[in-house]
Design a protein around this ligand. Structure first.
Ligand code: GDG
Length: 745
């Protein structure tokens, strides 16, 4: 049984050293709350033999050695990563919190671009990798958390190619227009770093989509829904909205201390409605807009003055970063302004607190508040909103920013735009007037969701999906050509008397290029085809969508058989080109204007015309736009070609229109029957090659390049591996008889 290794920037506690006495203090914050909840509640005892938490810490190696025993928790063992102060500051205050944090929360103007900070980030990620490499075992499950460690997955993958690695991002992943502001090398390191994981989790569908889009734009990756192909692995990027420890908050409402605190509040603020919020001090939390919204409310609805109190709790955070200190000053000025303007001798509209709250006090506030006013400008999820809903017993209204991840789950909250302070004022007024029945109805609907998908469910869901993608990868691996399969093919090749080797051209013998005309064969390819076709036992067939003229120009001097335009033309060795169709090509006049319109509508796309086919290529267009336009065009073409002898082929970044009955499958079969070989091998990369794989299924070794789903028996991971594979197969020793025969030829 393997172990679960959790990795986060910080260990989930700090050491309080006052004099001789050393105390452990559990950290607050989203991740710790979530995972602690899972450890406390879950029944995963049988799943992992041990749980280990790896993270940096606020104590040094000496403190660790002295207090090790006290620090090892019963829930999990601990592996600290010790990082010296300056390096930690450049990595944490620098790149993590002055570059990634502001940028990923859509604050480009606060984003710093310091090379030294990126270098520190890289170095600390490497230190984490080194530390984990000391302990990792093959059957461990590694789960890395958050934006401070985005390069780590790939660093671990390089050392542990088969490891099970999950990554979860707790903050938003921004749209490509924001992400692209990072220098290219940083963008690549981050995306390739994340692609080292097998499963990458996000809170919302948008974040996952934005990530996939950036991976496509920056790394040129292909995706199929949530699956991305990277190097020789398939990686899944999907949403797993984090849950809370629902029962803990539900039960808290019955806790004596919590009830006492709640009652105190209600007594002190008798006849008053309470509005409440709690946030870390952060510019992303929209605190100034929130205060302005409250001020507008007091101005617009004077009847509520002296009847409402807003308790604003702010938790100290990241005080070493200038942007945070400025924020504190601005908030305090605004608080004074509101209190100065509206206070009376009996009433103060705002209570502002700047400190950490004990858990019972926090829950007491959740229970007593009539309204939770949670209005961040951006927030990955926001657990406070969920905790408020879970704690509620007798109603309460959640006013929630639509720009939080939580908004996509908590539809029964009153959603507001956090910068629209007029709307916020009106929403506070409606919340105060909301009938209790409606409050309860809304809260119950949200509680249902929160209790069903709680933190244990979240962890289990993530870990189940991680093990599933691992199994899916294994299934795909089974098809990958391994040494055994190669040996078997080679053996059959050497015994065969007549061999047929069908090779697709683009993406198989040559890499795909931006312009089709640039894909002429390399010297190595020509030399190899020359040698392969020199063996009298071999019939080499180039089977391509290319036109006959191009194949003739590039390879016509070799002793090869050719199939051009997916079967419209065949030329047997030493023979002439023969057209396989009698239909005049006038149909292209009807189709061309529509393709031309799409060239205008999709910059970067172009038309390629051959004798019996016409093709619209969109490989060089913007990835998303190209895909969108191709779907529209496909739809239009399907209508135009209905009841005609034409078919539309949806290929790899191409749409091709040609006559029905002309496909690589039918033609490959025709050639196969004519040649009648006792050994057949065919290799291709595109959707059009699938016809060939299906037609020759039981008769040939069929091989697809790349890992997508295929009818072929085997996969080769990349085009680069094709030539070495063919060279290996063809390198069988010739018998003396064969050599004499070759000499006499
Ligand atoms: C990141 C993302 C995402 C807060 N103050 C006190 C206190 N807390 C507890 C809350 C809650 C947690 O800390 C805060 O969670 P958030 O979700 O609001 O925010 P971050 O820590 O910034 O977390 C965020 C989260 O990761 C999880 O993925 O939701 O979007 O930024 O549990 O209860 N607890 C106590 N006293 C406090 O003063 N006892």
């Amino acid at each position: 049984m393997g172990r679960l290794i959790i990795i986060s920037n910080r260990l989930p506690f700090s050491l309080d050293k006052s004099g001789e006495d050393v105390k452990i203090r559990q950290s607050s914050g989203g991740l710790v709350s979530a995972l602690k909840g899972y450890f406390d509640q879950s029944n995963d005892k049988g799943k992992f033999s041990e749980k280990i938490w790896v993270g940096s810490c606020d104590f040094d190696e000496n403190d660790w050695n002295e207090n090790k025993d006290k620090l090892q928790s019963t829930d999990f063992s601990i592996k600290p990563v010790f990082i010296e102060d300056q390096l930690y500051s450049d990595y944490y205050n620098g790149f993590s919190n002055s570059t990634i944090w502001p940028l990923f929360h859509y604050f480009p103007s606060l984003t710093e671009f310091e090379k030294q900070h990126f270098e520190a980030y890289y170095k600390v990620n490497q230190m984490f990798a080194d530390s984990i490499n000391e302990i990792v075992r093959p059957d461990d499950v590694i789960w890395i958390h958050d934006y401070q460690l985005m390069i780590l997955p790939q660093m671990l993958r390089r050392q542990n190619p088969d490891a099970t690695i999950g990554f979860f991002l707790h903050i938003p992943f921004p749209s490509y227009e924001i992400f692209r502001l990072l220098p290219l090398q940083w963008k690549k390191s981050i995306l390739e770093g994340l692609m080292g994981a097998d499963l990458i989790g996000f809170h919302t569908y948008e974040y996952a989509r934005y990530f996939i889009n950036s991976a496509k734009m920056v790394l040129g990756l292909e995706n199929q829904y949530s699956l991305l192909q990277f190097e020789n692995r398939v990686v899944r990027a999907d949403l797993f909205p984090i849950g809370i420890d629902f029962n803990k908050f539900k039960k808290a409402s019955e806790d004596k201390e919590v009830i006492a605190y709640k009652n105190d509040l209600l007594k002190n603020f008798k006849d008053k409605k309470l509005i409440f919020s709690v946030d870390r001090l952060d510019y992303t939390k929209g605190l100034n807009y929130r205060l302005q919204g409250y001020q507008n409310f007091l101005e617009r609805y004077p009847e509520w003055r002296e009847k409402v109190i807003f308790i604003l709790n702010i938790i100290p955070s990241r005080d070493k970063i200038a942007a945070y200190n400025d924020r504190k000053r601005m908030i305090e000025e605004k608080v004074s302004e509101i209190n100065g303007k509206f206070s009376t001798i009996q009433w103060q509209p705002l209570i502002y607190r700047y400190n950490h709250l004990p858990f019972q006090e926090l829950c007491g506030l959740y229970l007593a508040a009539n309204i939770a006013l949670i209005t961040p400008l951006r927030d990955g999820m926001n657990l406070v909103a969920k905790e408020y809903v879970a704690s509620s017993k007798e109603g309460g209204v959640l006013i929630l920013s639509e720009l939080t991840g939580a908004a996509s789950e908590l539809n029964d909250a009153l959603l507001v735009n956090p910068t629209d302070t007029e709307e916020m004022a009106d929403t506070i007024a409606s919340a105060l007037k909301m009938p209790l029945e409606e409050q309860k109805h809304r809260i119950q609907a949200m509680q249902k969701r929160l209790s069903e998908y709680d933190v244990v469910q979240w962890v289990n869901d993530f870990l189940d999906q991680l093990s599933k993608i691992k199994k899916d990868q294994e299934k795909m691996q089974v098809k990958l050509l391994d040494a055994n399969a190669i040996r078997k093919i080679k053996n059959d090749y050497s015994k065969a008397v007549k061999r047929c080797i069908l090779l697709d051209y683009d993406g198989t013998l040559t890499p795909l290029t931006k312009m089709p005309s640039h894909a002429s064969p390399s010297r190595d390819v020509i030399k190899f085809l020359e040698e392969l076709s020199a063996d009298v036992k071999n019939e080499v067939v180039i089977i391509s969508g290319r036109d006959a003229d191009t194949l003739q120009k590039w390879l016509g001097h070799l002793k090869l058989n050719f199939i051009a335009e997916h079967g419209s033309f065949i030329r047997y060795k030493n023979g002439e080109w023969e057209s396989q169709t009698n239909v005049p090509s006038g149909w292209k006049e009807e189709i061309r204007p529509m393709l031309e319109a799409y060239v205008f509508r999709c910059p970067g796309s172009h038309i390629e015309e051959k004798q019996n086919t016409i093709t619209w290529h969109y490989r060089n267009a913007h990835a998303d736009l190209g895909f969108l336009r191709s779907r529209e065009l496909l739809n239009n073409l399907s209508q135009l070609t209905a009841n005609s002898p034409l078919q539309v082929i949806d290929g790899n970044k191409v749409l091709e229109i040609r006559l029905t009955g002309m496909d690589k499958g039918m033609t490959a079969l025709k050639v196969f029957n004519k040649l009648n070989p006792d050994f057949t091998l065919c290799i291709g990369d595109d959707t059009t090659d699938e016809d060939m794989f299906t037609a020759l299924e039981a008769k040939a070794y069929t091989i697809k390049i790349g890992n997508g789903t295929t009818a072929a028996r085997f996969n080769i991971a990349t085009q680069k591996e094709v030539l070495p594979f063919l060279q290996e197969i063809a390198s069988v020793k010739k018998t003396i008889k064969q050599r004499i025969f070759d000499l006499l030829k």
